[in-house]
Design a protein around this ligand. Structure first.
Ligand SMILES: NC(=O)c1ccc[n+]([C@@H]2O[C@H](COP(=O)([O-])OP(=O)(O)OC[C@H]3O[C@@H](n4cnc5c(N)ncnc54)[C@H](OP(=O)(O)O)[C@@H]3O)[C@@H](O)[C@H]2O)c1
Length: 161
């Protein structure tokens, strides 16, 4: 297990993560940096990621100096090539995302400009949920209370008193 400088002692068993590789997102600063140090001190090889390579290199050097194992990989976690391709369309009725990683699927769902997103399924529809498209795929939403709103023509009667 690598030594940790400044006399720091982990509350976890030494070697708890020995032989494991753990990916720490945001490992270049703040909480991620602390977690990366802790995991490396407990025997893990840590892979730290973030956008700015200079921050990652700094933390990597710190961990290596302490005798830990660390590699870094700089990238923007929101830079999804598939999202760019999907959004590069004048239409946006629906899309389907297939992934074993539900967090990633939800993150992508927030970025794709469509009216309906199915995750790990296709064409499931509860009639109470909003139906309609984005961009040139439609205006407004139908379904449940959304239908009431869409087919109701509100009028404004203004009386000067
Ligand atoms: N600090 C606290 O007391 C506290 C308490 C509760 C919750 N939190 C939450 O815990 C999280 C981390 O907090 P922190 O204090 O450690 O913040 P931080 O020092 O700002 O660290 C955030 C890290 O995420 C990376 N990052 C941000 N956007 C990214 C992106 N699009 N792609 C890849 N990497 C990205 C940053 O790397 P780059 O700079 O290289 O992009 C940075 O290393 C935050 O969500 C914060 O709200 C913090």
């Amino acid at each position: 297990m690598p030594d940790v400088r400044t006399g720091y002692r982990s509350v976890f068993s030494p070697g708890l993560f020995a032989g494991q590789t753990v990916w720490v997102t945001g490992g270049g600063s703040g909480i991620g940096r602390c977690v990366a140090h802790e995991l490396a001190a407990l025997g893990a090889q840590v892979v730290i990621s973030g956008r700015r390579v200079e921050k990652l290199e700094h933390v990597q050097a710190e961990i290596t100096e302490d005798g830990g194992r660390c590699i870094q990989h700089a990238f923007d976690i929101r830079d999804e090539e598939a999202v760019k391709l999907a959004n590069d369309s004048p239409y946006g009725l629906a899309c389907s995302i297939w992934s074993q990683d539900i967090k990633r699927a939800n993150r992508i769902a927030r970025q794709v400009r469509v009216g309906i997103t199915w995750i790990n399924c296709w064409f499931l529809r509860d009639l109470r949920t909003p139906f309609g498209g984005a961009k040139q795929s439609g205006i407004g939403r139908e379904g449940g209370v959304h239908s009431l709103e869409f087919y109701t023509e509100l009028t404004n009667v203004c009386v000067k008193l």
